[in-house]
Design a protein around this ligand. Structure first.
Ligand code: ZN
Ligand code: ZN
Length: 371
């Protein structure tokens, strides 16, 4: 079967303007490149910021965004028989893939942290992404097969939010992790927050407390394993809020572990005040370059460990998919996709994500969108 050479793609031609769903050439493929048919891509909060030029970096235009993609293998290059995890693969299998890492730089070779690769090539940032009918997975990219029993909606969250949380929890583990009986607070119930909640609930925590301002999102949090939810709108006074959350944890001692997923710098500062003595603070959601005021003494005085984590590599995709496969009867992982749009409607999807009407939007190319 000959492979297609052209495709429809939702192109960002100008920042702060709608994407254009138009035909583009599929880049010429090398003998070791793989073409995939995009069966679902999802819109990340990062894409929403990227389209509005609100990130600390500005990729050149035109840009084909989309770094959360499930694609069906269209061709298997010679010698490729398994995914990175060793699962056999064939044409037609669904896969997801990490960004491309060079496996040569200091972070890859010496630190064994490819997610921090100094020459990484990001799909949907530096290389054509998934808001299109097809996506080229080029030579040297690690990929993993999506298990047949896991739906696209259940799997697609692993591509970004899920793998980010798996990676962050591994770093937290190195700092002592969540211990049996711990009280954990997760601030911000977006996709990243939801994966934190479900993974904390499965790490031995006695309480997993979610905070947000949206009652709908807090209801979601309960379904993903939160034992308690706090709507910040019900606690406008900061001193009262701090006392209230601390009161939910071990006779008012405060949380043993705090995970910041709201992305709001002021929440980071507030979390320092809420945390218990001898606590751990994991930062995953902060993408803004804004600053906030803190009292550094609090970190010292509370013997706090602060851990930051960004992104993930194929290890974390593989582990996240295994987790979802094992727990899919217990948690509604597919509900992370609040709506599936035709790819030509991607501007509505982005607008609804920006307005927080959608938790996460899925997009499917018009030609095989089933509605
Ligand atoms: Zn993302
Ligand atoms: Zn590298």
């Amino acid at each position: 079967m000959s492979l297609p050479t052209k495709m429809m793609a939702a192109m960002l031609d100008k920042y702060n303007e709608p994407l254009n769903y138009r035909e583009i050439d599929i880049p010429e493929m090398g003998p070791k490149d793989m073409l995939t048919k995009v069966v679902m891509a999802s819109v990340c909060g990062t894409d929403v910021h990227l389209a509005h030029d609100e990130l600390p970096f500005t990729p050149p235009l035109p840009l084909l965004m989309g770094h959360e993609t499930i694609g069906e293998i269209m061709n298997l290059p010679e010698g490729v028989t398994t995914d990175t995890a060793g699962n056999p693969v064939k044409v037609g299998d669904r896969i997801m893939w990490a960004h491309h890492f060079d496996n040569k730089c200091y972070n890859c070779k010496v630190l064994h942290e490819p997610q921090g690769c100094m020459h990484s090539i990001g799909y949907g940032f530096h290389h054509l992404g998934g808001f299109a009918e097809y996506e080229v997975v080029f030579d040297g990219t690690d990929f993993v097969r999506v298990p047949d029993c896991v739906t696209n909606e259940e799997a697609v969250g692993c591509c970004c939010a899920g793998r980010t949380v798996v990676s962050a929890f591994e770093k937290l583990q190195n700092a002592g992790g969540i211990r049996t009986g711990d009280c954990v607070v997760v601030t911000g119930v977006g996709p990243v927050g939801l994966y934190c909640i479900v993974m904390a609930a499965n790490s031995g925590a006695s309480r997993v407390i979610a905070t947000d301002v949206s009652p709908e999102r807090l209801e979601f949090a309960k379904k993903w394993g939160a034992t308690d939810v706090v709507n910040l709108k019900d606690h406008p006074d900061e001193a009262e809020l701090i006392k209230y959350i601390q009161g939910l944890c071990t006779n008012g001692r405060g949380p043993d572990v705090m995970i910041e997923c709201s992305g709001i710098p002021a929440v980071f500062a507030q979390n320092l005040k809420i945390l218990a003595n001898y606590s751990k603070f994991l930062i995953i959601g902060q993408t803004s370059t804004r600053s906030c005021e803190i009292v550094p003494n609090m970190i010292q005085d509370k013997n706090m460990v602060i851990v930051g984590s960004k992104s993930g590599d194929i290890r974390h995709y593989i582990k996240c998919l295994k987790f979802v496969e094992a727990k899919r009867e217990k948690y509604p992982f597919g509900s992370i996709i609040s709506h599936v749009y035709k790819m030509s409607d991607i501007n509505t999807a982005i607008a609804n994500m920006r307005a927080a009407k959608d938790l996460k939007a899925g997009v499917v190319p018009d030609a095989w969108f089933k509605g």
